[in-house]
Ligand binder design. Structure first.
Ligand SMILES: [Zn+2]
Length: 134
């Protein structure tokens, strides 16, 4: 399984964001150097929905300018599933336009800790990535 490296700090921020927005889905963008995710950029879920998310194009543009200025790379996108498992929905698959990104999903379905999984979605094909925290 391909590996995606992400800092523990970013993982904790994704969990916190998911819990704050629940029962609605939260979403955001992930960046870092070459292959390591070191920073998170929270975005608003303009869909304000418990079952899907949408990031405003304007915010994506602001993000792109920021990472270019800081010489960072766009490595991932995260969102939460407040009441379903940590696997891409049909909508997630249909709307996945970043083949180079890891799609992180934080599921709050379980009674204990949130479950986090990561995937690449390339031409509607979902492949899981092993999350390596550092
Ligand atoms: Zn989803």
């Amino acid at each position: 399984m391909p590996v995606v490296k992400i800092s523990v700090n970013v993982v904790n921020q994704m969990i916190e964001h998911s819990l704050i927005e629940s029962p609605l889905e939260c979403c955001g963008l992930l960046m870092g150097d070459s292959q390591k995710i070191t920073q998170l950029w929270k975005t608003e879920n303009v869909a304000k929905s418990p079952i899907r998310f949408e990031i405003e194009p304007k915010e994506l543009l602001t993000f792109s300018r920021y990472i270019e200025k800081c010489k960072l790379k766009h490595l991932g996108i995260y969102h939460s599933h407040p009441s379903s498992e940590a696997y891409p929905s049909q909508t997630d698959i249909a709307q996945a336009h970043y083949p180079e990104c890891a799609y992180f999903i934080i599921s709050l379905l379980g009674p204990t800790e949130p479950n986090i999984r990561a995937f690449t979605i390339i031409q509607q094909i979902v492949q899981e990535k092993l999350i390596q925290r550092f």
